[in-house]
Design a protein around this ligand. Structure first.
Ligand code: IPE
Ligand code: IPE
Ligand code: MG
Length: 236
């Protein structure tokens, strides 16, 4: 593991659950369930077999509330089960779970499961799992701006002291920049995912739907990452 280069911060846009189900003649909800089952296996693999420290997952976008009520309701119930029971191995693995996104519009049951998970894992130090739920990259920038303006207005921060570090500290979570973002299902867009943190990220867009994206697929994507020449503006 040590002589292989892994991204420090990996983002996963877990897409394709609906199409996975449709291809099997199943309801979209069963695609989300299959995606959640796959996620647990993938996270166990990541935290046990790689040196990736931070994983950011796109679980539900602010735009996903436009979907039919029955699909949204199913997803909310799935999140409660996921956080209360299925993330047990993550908690035991010494991984700290944090959330990014707006709390408004989320059911109380989801908020309670999120708060319990945050509290249960707050002292864990092996890795960080950042779950983006009711998340929009544009809203994150709006909310960060409001927090900073409030500090300027109450006199605790002067305009001259606003730096990149201050911006980062006022985002939903203060995380290192994303090194690599994988979006499954073949769509080649980022759909409002961590737009500030991904300013220098590498991307991979495998065709596989998320429920089928196993550790072998992940390793293929990581091989693509290793072939990239990350220049960060330097001349070569
Ligand atoms: C991703 O799968 C899961 C969420 C957005 C919650 P989709 O539900 O978007 O699956 P497709 O894109 O319709 O196949
Ligand atoms: C992005 O996927 C959000 C998540 C994976 C949670 P979508 O399926 O919602 O994105 P679009 O609609 O294809 O852009
Ligand atoms: Mg989709």
């Amino acid at each position: 593991m040590s002589d292989v280069v892994y991204p420090n911060h990996l983002g996963i846009i877990m897409d394709g659950n609906g199409r996975w189900a449709k291809e099997r003649g199943l309801n979209r909800s069963l695609g989300h369930k299959a995606g959640a089952d796959n996620l647990i296996k993938l996270l166990d693999y990541i935290y046990n077999n790689t040196s990736i420290k931070v994983v950011s997952l796109y679980a539900f976008s602010t735009e996903n509330f436009k979907r039919e009520k029955c699909e949204v309701d199913y997803l909310m119930k799935l999140f409660v089960t996921l956080f209360n029971t299925k993330l047990e191995s993550i908690k035991k693995n010494n991984v700290k779970v944090v959330f990014s996104g707006r709390r408004d519009n989320l059911p109380k049951s989801v908020l309670e499961a999120m708060d319990k998970t945050t509290d249960d894992t707050k002292n864990n130090i092996k890795g960080i799992l950042n779950i983006c739920l009711n998340y929009g990259g544009d809203y994150e920038i709006v909310d960060m701006t409001k927090k900073i303006v409030r500090q300027v207005l109450d006199g605790s921060l002067s305009i001259e002291d606003i730096t990149k570090e201050v911006v980062s500290k006022n985002l939903y979570q203060d995380l290192p920049p994303l090194d690599f973002v994988i979006r499954t299902s073949g769509e080649k867009r980022i759909s409002n995912f961590m737009i500030y943190q991904s300013s220098y990220a590498e991307y991979d867009f495998p065709d596989t739907y998320f429920p089928d994206f196993d550790s072998k697929c992940l390793e293929e994507s990581l091989d693509n990452y290793r072939k990239r020449d990350r220049r960060f503006g330097n001349a070569k």
